[in-house]
Design a protein around this ligand. Structure first.
Ligand SMILES: [Zn+2]
Length: 255
């Protein structure tokens, strides 16, 4: 509730009168029932080229219904939304992953918004700045669901890699980039605090899935149309680490 009260006056300052806030949570849950951001492996491990499978989609669905990540061999982008685990590949296809599919990196939560408001025509940078001005602290994690129309959005996905895996930095130049205009969908975001550098991407990280589940990917940039923004504050973080030989021997963090 304190979250709502803190945000409300800031919202009025930052948003037009059409903005609507909704308190979805009337009291703080006890700590052992509070939402947990589950992280699979670390961002630095991914940068090192550790794309081997760590956990299955079926295992991870038990831990969260919302979030983002990638697949074994960095085979496209994971978008988890409403319990569906979508895989958007570099060839431009979006499918729903099977429970046996494997995940080397992800951040997932059981999504339940604390606050909701509407906005329109924001670039991803403006949206990030707006959210940063509204959240009560940058030292917690946040799950951010942005649903509505997007005037434009550019996404990317990386082609499946095979052993020996090259480091992630060598793959960016070969990524597939997709541009869409006036598309309806959801940007699935995780905001991580600065102190988890090396573990997860600091700041805002958005993946996208269209309402028709035909388009998706890691969002490089976008401008929203009219969207609804829901934010969940997360104070618990859990990391599931791989146990394969490459991870055991990896030099981490990446300097
Ligand atoms: Zn991403």
């Amino acid at each position: 509730m304190r979250f709502i009260l803190l945000l409300f006056p800031l919202l009025l300052a930052a948003q037009s009168s059409e903005s609507i806030w909704r308190a979805a949570r009337t009291k703080q849950p006890p700590p052992d029932l509070a939402p947990v951001l589950l992280q699979v492996s670390t961002l630095d491990a991914l940068l090192r080229g550790l794309y081997a499978a760590a956990y299955t989609v079926g295992e991870l669905k038990q831990q969260g219904d919302f979030g983002l990540g990638t697949f074994e061999g960095i085979d496209g982008e994971l978008i988890a939304l409403d319990g569906h685990f979508y895989q958007f590949r570099a060839n431009g296809t979006l499918t729903e992953a099977a429970d046996k599919d494997k995940i080397p990196f992800a951040a997932l939560v059981k999504f339940k918004a604390d606050v909701q408001f509407s906005a329109k025509q924001l670039t991803n940078t403006q949206l990030g700045e707006l959210i940063d001005s509204l959240i009560p602290t940058k030292n917690h994690f946040y799950a951010i669901k942005v649903h509505g129309t997007f005037r434009d959005i550019q996404t990317r996905a990386i082609f499946k890699q095979f052993l020996p895996y090259p480091p992630l930095g060598e793959l960016i130049s070969g990524q597939s980039v997709f541009n869409h205009a006036n598309i309806s969908g959801t940007a699935v975001g995780i905001r991580s605090p600065s102190f988890v550098a090396g573990i997860n991407q600091v700041g805002h990280h958005f993946h996208f899935v269209s309402d028709d589940t035909k388009a998706g990917g890691h969002a490089l940039s976008f401008t929203t149309g009219e969207v609804t923004i829901e934010i969940q504050q997360i104070r618990r973080h859990s990391i599931w680490l791989p146990d394969d030989e490459p991870f055991r021997k990896a030099i981490l963090p990446v300097q």
